[in-house]
Design a protein around this ligand. Structure first.
Ligand code: PEP
Ligand code: MG
Length: 914
């Protein structure tokens, strides 16, 4: 039989330089070689600059070296002659247009060299400003600007940035010199240093360069440019960029473009400045002009969060004409791109320049609000609006809020509400400590990463933290932008806080908090509160959200169910739109305090009657749970899986028992507890398995101890009948775990059906039910045609299927996944996003073989992948009946499924209707 072939990515070209390739794209004087659609080649920034230039906006001229040159550089560690030649030609054109020469003459041309990938990666790659300055041109700049301080400050910034980014000299080497000079002169602000001070700093900076590299700081402007360009190419593969790409699912193969652009200066004095902004509020979505700026500053000062910037409305007061022009331009840009714009501008001596525009990152709440508003404003159509929201971001509607009544509200500080939600955790002060203290899996601790400001180097800590708090920075600082993308609670610019990461403490007035102390963040209002407050679940009944989902839902073909084990979760899942329960893991019910003794008694039993006696105690409890689930899901299917995990999971740990026994032997040798503990230890040792995940678990339990299956089936059917008698409509799907042969399936199905008949007879009522199986082992996929003869439905357990296809233990992957990702062996965690080539191949095989025997076979997926948008789209493509995911992923799965359906129907490219 045949299986749908899984498409493979095209093979990368190994050709070094493609003949006739245009590597360099010029923009300036109202005309650009490229345009806004060329993000693949020019990156987001380059495409935006080209588009703005073509639209006649005030953009400093320059050129973009396209991403193919970066890919070539990554392959061969150098740039080709064609790239070098085209760059020289473009530079000449720029010099002619400006009437200046790079780094020479009376009026030297200075340029910025910036990265710019297809997808924005804020702050992850490198930028060099003021390039072209050297010992001579700095003098010309001082004369030309009549501002010595500005000229020497620009030069020292160049050496510092170039030294760090291109020559890879640690930042602190320069900071020590700079801070040393300030100390020597007894000043606090950078701006208090005189031109002579700066000349001294420059001399010392050059010594730092010589000491670290063995060479002088390069004086040749062209050499500076070439070195900077190559460093930007290399920065594509720096650690933080790699982590960012992994988190955001951006391909490592894309490469970055390099933008070389004539410098404009925001630091030329009090009529100059620089800023960033959004055409709408990126946190709430409200239609308001939103931004921050600093006078007499360079761009890095605003974005890096080093100085806390001023609200854009202040610009209206200081420079009304510039403000009006900026509003007019950005409104035009928003209309043009039909999306919120995130822009960067510089004012040089009263004249406005646009440096960047791109579609703005926003919170989930804002994304939905903006999509709805833009439809109301006639800017986009409803079917386009549904693509304007990243399904993962719907989580924002479900994020908890602080429970104001859960404890004393003791306000420590207030900052800017950069990313909404609530986070409660223990303080850590470094990204590494966040990783170490947060832990993984069951040992996960909530930590709050507190920093003076975050930098891209903190990305790994931000990823694991429950929330982020910074003392400095604005709504567009690194912390704010990155956490909004992550959907993580964040407060920035809480200026009352003094962070000392060396001492691992923070001070607020006279109060000192140390590592490990609890704090609570309210990311929606910006409040930092003392202690460990409780949180309230969010309500998903937001009117905007309902409207958007109303537009999206008609496109959805695949069903969405929830993995829920207890009635409370089932109720929540249904309120989020779940269309049934796709997986109830019954074992979770046995861990409750009042149940575990009976479960242990059942496991300890040596004979069948003993086992049955213990099971009979569990029966009413289990029945009650199932009644709750059937009631919550009235009229919708409830898929209940029989006991799955290895039994030892319910017993105390062997090591703990040994310790208890040793203690009792010394302290209380006559205690009856000692004999009991010894008996438990004996059983634990009997049940010990070398590979429990491959041992006595799944349907093997029900086959070895049929009375377990009998009890569970009885609890399910009695519950269903009881709920049916209340006038409700229970739909039971009894699921056998971990089958690999038809005989296992028929063995268990026979018991289940037998119990059903018994119960129906006893109760005098019948209910509708199905018996099916999990498909979670490779063999089950291969013999799915046989299994389907007995199974009325399949649910692909892609957690175990991934585990057994790769041979990667799902509980231990953390030990080697980081190395695999780091070395590029795996792009991401296959337990998060389904591996279409391998695991997906098996799923497709199971689908095809199962359907061949039973065309109406119901097919679901209930592994973690069921809530991952990319995997949901894949399940849609291969024609599954439903995906099942945790209740809090239901909205995400619904939108992802609707987008997949809509993309099929509409002519959609990269989430945009063409
Ligand atoms: C699975 O294996 O995908 C599954 C859902 O079952 P569990 O995670 O309980 O093993
Ligand atoms: Mg499983």
């Amino acid at each position: 039989m045949s299986v749908t072939p899984v498409s493979r990515p095209p093979v990368e070209s190994t050709e070094k330089t493609k003949q006739g390739t245009q590597y360099v794209f010029f923009f300036g004087a109202g005309k650009a070689d490229g345009n806004g659609k060329m993000k693949d080649e020019l990156g987001g920034k380059g495409a935006g600059l080209a588009e703005m230039t073509n639209a006649g906006l005030p953009v400093p001229p320059g050129f973009t070296i396209q991403t193919e040159a970066c890919r070539e550089y990554m392959r061969s560690n150098k740039t080709s002659e064609a790239v070098n030649q085209q760059m020289l030609t473009a530079l000449k054109r720029l010099e002619e247009l400006q009437g200046q020469k790079l780094g020479s003459g009376d009026n030297p041309l200075l340029v910025s060299v910036r990265s710019g990938a297809k997808f924005s990666m804020p702050g992850m790659m490198d930028t060099i400003l003021n390039l072209g300055l050297n010992d001579e041109s700095v003098k010309s700049l001082a004369r030309k600007s009549s501002n010595e301080r500005f000229a020497y400050d620009s030069y020292r910034r160049l050496i510092q940035m170039f030294g760090n980014v291109v020559l890879e000299i640690p930042k602190h080497a320069f900071d020590e010199v700079f801070d040393g000079q300030k100390k020597k002169r007894g000043v606090k602000q950078d701006t208090e240093l005189t031109p002579d001070d700066l000349r001294e700093v420059i001399t010392q900076y050059k010594q730092v360069v010589k000491k670290h590299t063995g060479h002088d700081f390069p004086q040749q402007p062209l050499e500076q440019l070439t070195m900077a360009r190559d460093a930007v190419f290399r920065s594509w593969n720096n650690d933080r960029a790699k982590v960012y790409r992994r988190i955001n699912n951006i391909s490592d193969e894309l490469g970055t473009a390099v933008n070389v652009q004539a410098m404009v200066f925001g630091n030329l004095g009090e009529t100059s400045g620089t800023g960033v902004g959004f055409t709408r509020n990126p946190a709430t979505g409200v239609k308001e002009f939103y931004g921050e700026f600093l006078m007499n500053a360079q761009g890095e000062d605003v974005v890096a969060g080093i100085r806390t910037p001023i609200h854009i409305s202040e610009l209206h007061k200081q420079m009304p004409q510039v403000y009006d022009q900026l509003r007019e331009i950005t409104t035009r840009l928003e209309k043009h791109y039909r999306d919120v714009q995130d822009f960067e501008f510089t004012i040089q001596e009263g004249r406005l320049y646009m440096l960047q525009t791109r579609n703005g990152k926003r919170t989930g709440l804002a994304a939905v609000r903006i999509a709805i508003d833009m439809v109301d404003e006639g800017l986009i159509k409803p079917e386009e609006a549904i693509f304007r929201v990243d399904p993962n971001q719907l989580y924002d509607f479900l994020v908890p809020r602080l429970d104001e009544r859960s404890g004393n509200i003791e306000l420590l500080a207030t900052g800017l509400p950069a990313s909404p939600g609530a986070a409660v955790g223990q303080i850590v002060f470094t990204a590494n400590d966040a990783v170490a203290k947060a832990g993984t899996g069951a040992k996960k601790n909530p930590v709050i990463l507190v920093r003076a400001e975050t930098t891209p180097e903190d990305i790994h800590g931000m990823e694991v933290a429950a929330g982020i708090l910074t003392a400095r920075g604005g709504m567009t600082s690194h912390a704010a932008v990155v956490t909004r993308g992550m959907g993580k609670c964040c407060i920035v610019g809480a200026g009352e806080i003094e962070v000392n990461d060396k001492k691992k403490e923070m001070r607020i007035g006279s109060l000192t908090l140390k590592e490990g102390d609890w704090i609570s963040l309210d990311g929606t209002t910006g409040r930092v509160l003392k202690g460990q407050l409780g949180t309230l679940p969010a309500s998903p009944d937001n009117a905007d959200l309902q409207k958007l989902m109303g537009w999206a839902e008609p496109f959805r073909k695949i069903g969405v169910r929830a993995n829920a084990d207890i009635p409370r979760d089932a109720v929540a899942a249904r309120s989020f739109g779940a269309e049934g329960i796709g997986l109830c893991r019954t074992e979770h019910m046995f861990f409750a305090e009042d149940r575990i003794p009976h479960m242990r008694a059942m496991i300890m039993a040596r004979t069948e009657p003993e086992r049955r006696a213990a099971l009979s105690k569990l029966l009413p409890m289990q029945r009650e749970d199932f009644e709750g689930l059937f009631r919550a899901m009235d009229g919708l299917p409830v898929t209940i899986r029989l006991l799955d995990p290895p039994l030892h999971e319910f017993l105390p740990k062997r090591e703990q028992l040994m310790v208890d026994i040793a203690r009792l032997e010394i302290n209380d040798p006559k205690s009856p507890r000692l004999a009991e503990a010894r008996e438990v230890l004996r059983r634990v040792e009997e049940l010990h398995e070398f590979n429990p995940m491959l041992g006595l678990r799944g349907c093997r339990l029900g086959i070895a101890f049929p009375e377990i299956t009998e009890m569970q089936a009885r609890a399910i059917f009695e519950a269903a009948v009881n709920v049916a008698k209340e006038g409700k409509k229970p739909i039971a799907e009894v699921m056998v775990p971990l089958t690999v042969t038809i005989k296992e399936m028929s063995n268990q199905a026979q018991i289940i059906r037998g119990v059903a008949e018994e119960v129906f007879k006893e109760k005098g009522t019948k209910v509708h039910y199905h018996v099916g199986t999990m498909i979670e082992l490779p063999r089950a996929c291969i013999v799915a045609d046989e299994i389907a003869k007995e199974a009325e439905f399949f649910s692909f357990g892609t957690n175990d299927l991934t585990q057994t296809t790769y041979g990667f233990s799902r509980d231990d992957i953390g030990t080697f996944l980081p190395a695999y990702v780091e070395k590029g062996i795996l792009k991401n965690d296959p337990f998060t996003t389904i591996d279409q080539k391998g695991v997906g191949y098996l799923v497709e095989l199971g689908v095809a073989r199962g359907r061949k025997v039973r065309p109406d076979l119901e097919l679901g997926i209930c592994g973690e992948h069921g809530g991952d948008p990319e995997s949901v789209a894949y399940c849609h493509r291969i024609g599954l009946t439903y995906v099942s995911c945790s209740p809090y992923r239901v909205l995400t799965a619904r939108l992802a499924a609707a987008q997949a359906g809509a993309a099929d129907k509409l002519n959609v490219e990269a989430g945009r209707t063409k």
